[in-house]
Design a protein around this ligand. Structure first.
Ligand code: PMP
Length: 435
């Protein structure tokens, strides 16, 4: 598009003068795929419109929260009513209890809930609680999983189990990550070795049950089973980071999906965000009473927030959770997501493009690889230049997927069969050009 009339470009130029990289969260900058980020003017249902007035079918949905699509009438009404009653009080409200009740109702592992404002805060606080509750320092995370940008979690694997991880960000001193062990996702032998060597020092394992930050990689059932067993045997806590999967892959979240194969499966702590706020800044962590009551003001583990349990955000989250609790909601969403994934697979096969895809509930992922990867090193083998061409081909055809290989996709209740069919048709056209 002509730079003198491209309003996205004009806004990007203006943004870059004031905001580092022109964006307030890095992946929005299109660094991996090149080109000009689309500045959103408004959104409705399954679509958003950019600053040039172009419409896109939205498969990001604010990176997960918009499970009902944009501007759902009942959510909008709840938010409007809440806004009229005040933006923030710094004193408790009934709606916080209602939201906590709604979360606990669907997650048997959660007896008590603490609300916060971002997934980063929720994961960071859950880890502090796990350390406080166990009196231990070490934590285990897995390569390719993201748990927000708290210092101790910005770490990649060292050269072996015996070595400490390395910070993945400047500004994180090595000492700060010295208690974080980074292991390979789905590698049972490594986690067994870690517990055999350091079992008494490990406060928790934190894991994305379906890792949405390396696109879409499931923890295998045997791996999840072993994580659960090792935590129980060694007195460590299993922390499921369900910021992305919570109320997105199923009403009972990913833990309910694992409980189907592993009867009685429950994490000790669950970290939530995204869908529970319906697009407002809201996140949470929860677990059994005995652990959660270690938090201030009852216990010694400090945690707080000026905007925690914000009355507008809780209204939005509550209205969203009420909609998705309809028993017909998730089967319909899952079916739609499955239709999209199968359609994309078919289109890629017609064009002879290596393609593997998976989905659960309203979350999906695909790779330009012949098989689904099981861990981060195999995700890294995906064809990045080809992905960039696929991304831009779809974008030109009005389909907005994540502008990076390592991100999952999201379908909402607002996506119609026609939207899905249009998306598959767009992909069919683009795949033919990728050869
Ligand atoms: N955990 C997971 C699994 C996430 O996907 C994210 C964000 N994408 C976070 C934590 C951090 O959440 P936030 O961006 O709200 O801080």
């Amino acid at each position: 598009m002509n730079p003198t009339t491209d309003r996205n470009q004009q806004l990007f130029d203006r943004a870059r003068a004031l905001i580092p990289g022109g964006v307030n969260s890095p992946v929005r900058a299109f660094r991996a795929v090149g080109g000009t980020p689309r500045f959103v003017q408004r959104a409705q249902g399954a679509y958003f419109w950019d600053a040039n007035g172009a419409r896109y079918i939205d498969y990001i949905g604010s990176w997960g929260p918009m499970i009902l699509g944009h501007g759902h009438p009942r959510v909008l009404e709840a938010v409007q009513r809440a806004v009229m009653e005040g933006f923030s009080y710094g004193a408790p409200t009934e709606r916080e209890i209602e939201l906590a009740e709604e979360i606990a109702k669907h997650l048997p592992s959660v007896e008590m809930v603490r609300l916060v404002s971002s997934g980063t805060e929720a994961a960071m606080s859950a880890i502090r609680l796990a350390r406080g509750a166990t009196g231990r320092s070490r934590i285990v995370k897995f390569e390719g999983c993201y748990h927000g940008h708290a210092d101790a979690l910005l770490v990649k694997a060292g050269s072996g189990l015996a070595t400490f991880g390395h910070p993945t960000s400047a500004g994180v001193p090595p000492e700060v990550v010295q208690h974080t062990m980074v292991l390979e996702y789905n590698n049972i032998a490594q986690i067994e070795e870690a517990f055999a060597t350091h079992g008494k020092e490990i406060a928790c394992i934190i894991i994305e049950p379906i890792a949405g930050n390396m696109n879409f990689v499931r923890a295998s059932v045997p791996f999840m089973k072993r994580c659960r067993e090792l935590c129980t045997q060694h007195g460590a806590l299993l922390v499921l980071d369900e910021v992305m999967t919570g109320f997105r892959v199923a009403l009972g979240s990913a833990q309910s999906v694992y409980a189907k194969s592993l009867p009685g499966f429950q994490p000790d702590l669950t970290v939530l965000g995204k869908v529970i706020g319906g697009g407002m800044p809201l996140a949470a962590f929860g677990g059994p009473r005995a652990i959660m009551e270690r938090l201030a003001p009852l216990g010694p583990v400090y945690q707080a927030g000026t905007l925690s349990g914000n009355p507008v955000a809780t209204a939005c989250g509550l209205a969203t959770l009420k909609e998705i609790a309809d028993p017909a909601f998730f089967p319909a969403l899952a079916q739609k997501t499955r239709t999209l994934v199968d359609g994309l697979k078919g289109a890629a096969a017609e064009a002879g493009i290596p393609f593997a895809a998976d989905c659960e509930g309203g979350m999906f992922g695909f790779f330009l690889l012949p098989e689904l990867p099981r861990n981060y090193p195999s995700v890294m083998q995906s064809d990045s230049p080809r992905f960039g061409r696929l991304f831009h081909g779809l974008l030109d055809r009005g389909v907005y997927i994540a502008p990076a290989l390592y991100e999952a996709g999201f379908v909402s209740a607002a996506h119609s069969e026609d939207d899905i069919a249009q998306t598959v048709q767009a992909a069919r056209e683009v795949f033919k050009t990728l050869g």
